[in-house]
Structure formats: C-alpha cells, structure tokens
Design a protein. Structure first.
Length: 226
C-alpha cells in the first residue's frame, strides 16, 4: 500500500504542478516547448506505469460479485471515454485541456468543454464497475475523481484568461456532456472528431479482439462472456 500511495502522490504532483501557468511557462522558457512536451509525456507514462504496477501488487479484495453486464458497461464506457480524450487532445480548446493552443474550437467542444476530463472519468468508471475489487476502486476511482476535480480548476483558469470572451465561448458548449445539445446547440463534426473515432475503433479492436488487453494487463475482458 505504501508503494501505491507513493506512486499516486507522484502521479498527482506530476499532473498538478505543471498545470499552474506560471510554472509551466518557466519550464517551457528554460527548455523549449518541444523538449517540455517530450519530457512531460515520457514522465507521465512512466508515472502511470508505476501506478498500475503498484496497484497490481496490492492484495485482491473483492467488493461485489461480477456479472456479465458489468463487463458490458466497460465495453460501452471505456471506448466513449477514450474517444473523448483523443478528440479533446487533438482539438483546439481555449476552455480546457488540449495539446493545440491555436485555431477555432473543435467540434468535440460542443459535446462538452472538458472532453479530456470527462473521458478519463468515464473510462475509469467503466473499469471500477467491471473489476469490482478494492485495488481497482482505489486506482480507477482515484483517477476518475482526479479528472473530475480538474474541471472546476479549468473553469476558473479559462474565465480568468478569456475575460469578456468567456461568455461567448461558453455559450456554444457546456460542462455536462451533451447538455448544450438540449439547449439548442447543433452538433457538428471535424477532422479531429473523425480521427479520434477511427483511432478509438482501432485501439478497441486491438485490445479486445487481438489480445492487446491481455498482453498489457494479463486479463482478457472477453473471457467474462465464456
């Protein structure tokens, strides 16, 4: 448990401290943006790998009896979450997390202005339901809560950064997924949305049908159906 707590603490710090604009700008000025992105990506992957390894080292403590519908929920929620994360990262978004800092807002922003955070939360929720044990609740539940906790912070930063433009930008989207559609905002598509959908389909097929999930994590989700 100590290793898991330590890994989670490193993961949280790694994703919280660079999110502070002043710190991020100082790092970028020191090493340059390409080096910053490469270093941060490598460190994030390493921290995530350590976190998963530490979670797998914990004792298995079941919390509820697993049913086929639990896995079915993951098959629905995880791809949706993956799609939102990929589309959010590839699309320009002045209101939340994105690797693109310029250009008009992407189509995914009309689904929610925080697609990356909601995507991680849905992905995490699906894995909590399908695993039904304590270590999965700690790992995926913690990741999901961390993602959702980032939404209010992103809102405050966007309001401060955009000032008078905030109301105009926010009127075409919503915090809650699909809530803007109910208010009359028409959906649209773009290249990032199509690319994210294609990548999600390919990744899901590899993980579930080509043994990718079993190769990476030692468990075959399809096996639950016999």
């Amino acid at each position: 448990m100590i290793q898991f707590i330590g890994a989670f603490a490193v993961f949280l710090m790694l994703h919280s401290i660079p999110a502070i604009p002043d710190i991020r700008l100082r790092i970028i000025r020191s090493i340059g943006k390409p080096a910053y992105i490469a270093t941060y990506s490598a460190a994030s992957l390493a921290a995530l790998a350590w976190l998963f390894a530490a979670a797998l080292a914990l004792d298995y403590v079941p919390l509820w009896e697993l049913r086929p519908w639990h896995a079915a929920m993951t098959f629905m929620l995880a791809p949706i979450g993956c799609f939102l994360v990929l589309a959010g990262l590839m699309s320009a978004n002045h209101l939340s997390i994105s690797i693109r800092s310029s250009g008009p807002a992407g189509a995914v922003v009309r689904i929610t202005r925080h697609p990356v955070q909601w995507g991680f939360a849905l992905w995490a929720l699906g894995h909590v339901i399908a695993n039904g044990d304590l270590r999965s609740l700690l790992l995926f539940g913690g990741l999901g809560l961390f993602a959702l906790a980032g939404i209010p912070m992103a809102e405050r930063r966007a309001r401060k950064r955009l000032c008078d433009r905030w109301e105009i930008c926010a009127a075409q989207t919503s915090v809650w997924p699909l809530a803007a559609f109910v208010s009359g905002v028409r959906p649209k598509s773009d290249a990032a949305l199509v690319a994210a959908a294609a990548a999600t389909l390919a990744l899901t097929a590899w993980l579930l049908l080509a043994g990718g999930h079993a190769l990476l994590f030692g468990a075959d989700p399809i096996s639950v159906f016999g």
